[in-house]
Write a protein of this length. Structure first.
Length: 123
């Protein structure tokens, strides 16, 4: 690990093709941000070796073909990428996107039915 600020990732096997990379044991913004940074880095650097990368709140699922890409090689490569994150600058904050929504009336004629079906009022 480059700086020693974070423990190495914990790896869990998920069937024949799944490798779970845990970066923490709790849901927290810093861990989530590291997971997404690692997901981008795995996609950029190891994309030709993996089938899919799925980030979660505290871990990353890496799907691979065990015939063409042995799991141990991925563990070594991902551990090195995770260590690089310690010295890399944090990503710029994302941007807020607002999506307008309309409920009821001509744009939501089923609102009354959904409300009564759910035991709620349309309000």
């Amino acid at each position: 690990m480059a700086s020693g600020r974070h423990p190495p990732p914990r790896f869990l096997d998920l069937g024949e093709q799944g490798l779970v990379v845990e970066l923490g044991a709790t849901i927290d913004d810093a861990i989530g941000e590291r997971v997404h940074r690692l997901a981008r880095r795995v996609g950029e650097r190891l994309g030709h070796r993996v089938l899919e990368v799925v980030p979660t709140y505290r871990s990353l699922l890496v799907v691979h073909d065990p015939v063409t890409e042995p799991r141990e090689g991925l563990r070594v490569a991902i551990t090195a990428l995770a260590a690089e994150l310690d010295d890399a600058p944090a990503a710029a904050p994302g941007r807020l996107v607002r999506l307008p929504v309309c409920y009821g009336g001509a744009r939501g004629p089923d609102l009354q039915w959904v409300a009564s079906h759910s035991g709620l009022t349309a309000d």
